[in-house]
Design a protein around this ligand. Structure first.
Ligand code: ZN
Length: 114
């Protein structure tokens, strides 16, 4: 499953930001997931839970912020929303558009217990 390897990457990123002392408990991890990544948030959350079980990240919450898709028209410059399978400018109808939001997949915040 695609999401399990992504969950593994997220865990590696989180661990790389934690201080070297082992006493840190992570409360929550916020990730931004763009609509264009076709990642299923539920599957990602499940993969994260399975992989963190019994580790330093057990019981931390994976907080997923879904970022919707936005495109910018190369003809008229308008910005429109869209579906990953159907990209066009809502103002002039052009298909010459560039994706400006919705492809991200990143860890935006790590909250730890004091
Ligand atoms: Zn346009």
């Amino acid at each position: 499953m695609h999401e399990v390897s992504i969950a593994r990457n997220i865990i590696e990123i989180v661990n790389s930001y934690l201080p070297a002392t082992n006493n840190v408990s992570v409360k929550s991890v916020k990730v931004k997931v763009g609509a264009f990544t076709s990642i299923l948030p539920d599957a990602l959350r499940f993969g994260y839970e399975v992989l963190t079980c019994g580790t330093n990240l057990q019981d931390s919450i994976l907080d997923i912020l879904e970022v919707s898709l936005k495109v910018k028209c190369n003809i008229c410059g308008s910005i429109s929303g869209g579906e990953p399978s159907f990209l066009y400018c809502h103002s002039c109808g052009s298909h010459d558009v560039e994706i400006i939001e919705g492809t991200e997949l990143n860890v935006s915040e790590i909250e730890i217990f004091n």
